[in-house]
Design a protein around this ligand. Structure first.
Ligand code: A2P
Length: 333
């Protein structure tokens, strides 16, 4: 059955990635509507060799639409997702607006696709990019031995901050290389030759909201409120693909060989794990590809029975667009 699909945020970084994925994948498409703000109305985008015109979003945009993938920020999603759902569309939303709503399933197909079948608000939430790649890697270990605690540090790419942030970073690199003053711009600081932590801060805890998303979303997706997550999120001067260092405590001791066997058999994961030979995942090789790459699987020298590993994935793909498309494929195709 062909699906009538709308993309809200079609001109953005994730929207563009969605179009590239839909061009290449087998999801049977009927109508495809490209939506954005009034700023982009009339802009032309290419899809499968044809020119498509972007429309300003309006209530009529969702008439006859089966699935609407939103990637236009939280405020836009809070405003438009209920309208799209009232027109009968299933909204798959990339923003954080609905993720922790108990009436909105939070879905990573490798972990909990079936949760997406019960959606009282007509909305399915796509998790945070850093959470997605982490839970894909944790899921087989959790099923085998129960994840008790994860200490995670992220090395997050700029594309997660949107198309304008990439342009700003490239201008920062040019300015920094020429000894000119660097404009913080949408990056809210100098990322060229630097690291930043600039997501909004939860003043009560001192954590960044980006970090707290990993705490709460992991529990919701894996369906286990007892999992403890200790996160640190860092923006690094890399354009595409997030990297994560995970330190994992399980309900029973697990050696690296068992973890490797479980991870190698798990959906969505590609092992790149021959560190002695120099093989480990990097953002440069992950960029533009689909898998969650796992490497450096090792027994934790500081916690016998625990594990450490390195997890890399393209944040615009598995971390956003691909996960949304896989939800649509899994539930509607
Ligand atoms: P536009 O290009 O018209 O501003 P990114 O995350 O790369 O910054 O992209 C954000 C996407 O969300 C863009 O497609 C942007 O459209 C869209 N968007 C932002 N604000 C709104 C809004 N109020 N209504 C509809 N689309 C919006």
């Amino acid at each position: 059955m062909a699906i009538n699909l709308a993309i809200l945020g079609a001109t953005g970084a994730v929207g563009q990635e969605l179009l590239r994925l839909l061009e290449a994948r087998a999801l049977p498409l009927g109508e495809l509507r490209l939506l954005a703000s009034p700023r982009s109305a009339g802009r032309q985008l290419q899809f499968r060799g044809e020119t498509r015109t972007v429309q300003a979003v309006s209530p009529e945009s969702f008439e006859g639409i089966d699935v609407a993938i939103f990637s236009a920020g939280g405020g836009t999603s809070r405003e438009w997702a209920p309208i799209a759902a009232s027109k009968g569309a299933c909204v798959i939303d990339n923003s954080s607006a609905w993720r922790m709503d108990p009436e909105v399933p939070l879905v990573v197909p490798e972990c909990n696709l079936e949760a997406g079948r019960a959606r009282p608000k007509g909305i399915i939430a796509n998790p945070n990019c850093s959470t997605i790649q982490m839970v894909v890697a944790l899921k087989p270990l959790h099923d085998a031995a129960g994840v008790k605690r994860v200490v995670v540090a992220t090395y997050q790419a700029i594309s997660g901050a949107g198309a304008r942030a990439i342009e700003a970073f490239q201008e920062q690199c040019r300015a920094a290389a020429n000894g000119e003053a660097v404009d913080p711009g949408p990056l809210k600081g100098q990322l060229a030759q630097n690291l930043l932590m600039h997501w909004s801060v939860d003043e009560a805890s001192g954590y960044q909201e980006e970090e707290l998303k990993m705490v709460h979303e992991t529990r919701k997706i894996l369906g286990d409120e007892s999992i403890q997550v200790s996160p640190t999120a860092v923006r690094v001067p890399v354009l595409h693909a997030h990297s994560e260092s995970l330190t994992i405590e399980l309900g029973r001791p697990m050696d690296a060989a068992e973890a490797r066997t479980l991870l190698a058999a798990a959906p969505g994961i590609t092992l790149v794990d021959d560190f002695a030979a120099g093989a480990y995942p990097t953002p440069l090789t992950a960029a533009g590809t689909d898998p969650v790459y796992v490497g450096r699987i090792r027994e934790d020298v500081g916690n016998p029975g625990g594990l450490q590993m390195w997890v890399v994935s393209d944040n615009l793909r598995k971390g956003a667009a691909l996960n949304a498309v896989q939800i649509a494929e899994g539930l509607f195709a």
